[in-house]
Design a protein around this ligand. Structure first.
Ligand SMILES: C[S@@+](CC[C@H](N)C(=O)[O-])C[C@H]1O[C@@H](n2cnc3c(N)ncnc32)[C@H](O)[C@@H]1O
Length: 398
């Protein structure tokens, strides 16, 4: 069980000023909670997305999501063009792959390229800070809401106070304050903060559109039997929920190393009436019996793992997936840390400044080949889940 206050004493002090700003709204909210049996939804919900607790914060999130989209489309495009110009000036072939070192030497002192990265990151910082300030300023209300949901169904929640979190999982990936394990509102922040991640080439995700699309496209095992499904590195369990909706009779487990992630995910699934079981646990050591699952999935977890952990997770997926069962881990295309210059620059600053600590390791291995070496057969006729993601439909060998 998470200690109410122990995890965020320093951050709580830092948000004291903001706290008074929201105090009026929190008091108003508390009054309303009594009427909705512990569910904090006093500004209503937009489909699957509960509205944030203040119009002010909602407007800020609209702004930062819009700015990120603008940046990706316009500022970043201008920086990409500038990159081409620099390559030309140096007499380099714009189509030839470059290494991180070459790319860095080329772009390091360019103001336009630097500005595109800096504005993107500043926007990311503002997004997280606004969310963290809000949830910490209203901590009692939101903690009480989770406490009321913990033991409620239709699905279950299992937290593991004895779990040893490996050091590699303690980083503040994409500069989210506290990361996935160190802030009781990690799930809340991740949910609202990552909406903007999906805007653009792959669409929107406020209604879990991306997870639903992916879940609905996962091929069936040849014998058509899907009774048990495991999702590892589930975050909020958006994929697990979409799979439960697709296979209402299946037992679905969504697991994640972060207690705040599964706790929020369970509460959210409860509110949506979706019976997914959430559990805190390591993807490399799930504790489930051999051959237990007909389908084992993950969604964008592996680029956040060091290489040994990725290999261990694949081996565990092999152990818990039954013979003929489907393994479907979605993540970015990988294999070699070389690529077109501007793409390499973006990957480098994502790693260095957006704190994607393990992305260089991930891109340095061939994820698909790693899986194929560990007892799975790749079905490469299955189209990729989404643009930029590999087609990773595997069947566990006998
Ligand atoms: C980028 S998030 C993806 C979350 C979710 N699958 C989604 O679709 O949004 C990566 C998730 O993997 C979890 N994670 C990282 N290492 C893990 C491990 N070894 N075992 C289980 N979960 C892990 C993190 O806590 C985080 O929630």
């Amino acid at each position: 069980m998470i200690g109410r206050r122990s995890l965020f004493t320093a951050a709580g002090a830092a948000s004291a000023a903001v706290s008074s700003f929201f105090a009026g709204r929190a008091a108003e909210a508390k009054e309303k909670i009594k009427k909705v049996a512990g569910d904090v939804e006093f500004r209503g919900a937009d489909g699957r997305m509960e509205r944030l607790g203040s119009l002010d914060l909602e407007s800020q999130m609209d702004f930062t999501a819009g700015f990120r989209e603008f940046n990706n489309k316009n500022i970043s495009r201008a920086a990409g063009m500038r990159f081409q110009q620099l390559l030309k000036e140096k007499g380099m072939d714009p189509k030839a792959p470059v290494t991180f070192e070459q790319m860095h030497a080329l772009a390091e002192n360019d103001q336009l390229i630097g500005m595109s990265a800096k504005t993107w990151l500043a926007n990311q910082q503002v997004t997280w800070k606004s969310l963290q300030d809000y949830f910490h300023a209203n901590a009692d209300m939101y903690l009480a809401e989770m406490e009321a949901a913990d033991k409620d169904g239709p699905g279950s929640l299992t937290l593991d106070a004895s779990i040893e979190i490996p050091d590699y999982a303690k980083h503040e990936i994409h500069i989210q304050p506290g990361g996935y394990v160190g802030d009781p509102f990690a799930g809340h922040m991740y949910h609202y903060g990552t909406n903007s991640f999906y805007i653009g080439a792959i669409g929107h995700n406020e209604q879990d559109q991306i997870h639903k699309l992916t879940a609905n496209n996962i091929p069936m095992p040849a014998d058509g039997k899907v009774k048990r499904i495991l999702e590892v590195g589930c975050g909020l369990g958006q994929m697990g929920c979409a799979l439960k909706e697709r296979f209402p009779d299946a037992e679905v487990w969504s697991t994640d190393i972060g207690a705040p992630m599964v706790r929020y995910g369970h509460m959210r699934a409860r509110d949506l009436g979706i019976g997914v079981n959430f559990a805190q646990g390591l993807a490399e050591k799930t504790g489930f019996p051999d051959g237990h699952f007909d389908m084992t999935v993950s969604y964008i977890m592996h680029h956040e793992l060091p290489q040994p952990a990725t290999r261990a997770v694949i081996e565990e997926a092999y152990r818990v997936t039954r013979s003929g069962g489907v393994y479907y881990p979605v993540d970015f295309n990988s294999g070699g840390n070389v690529g077109p210059a501007y793409g390499m620059f973006r990957r480098w600053w994502d790693h260095r400044w957006n704190n994607e600590v393990w992305s260089r390791e991930y891109h340095g291995l061939n994820f698909t080949a790693e899986i194929a070496q560990r007892g799975f057969t790749l079905n490469d006729k299955t189209p990729a889940a989404l643009p930029g993601f590999g087609a990773r439909h595997f069947v566990r060998n006998a």
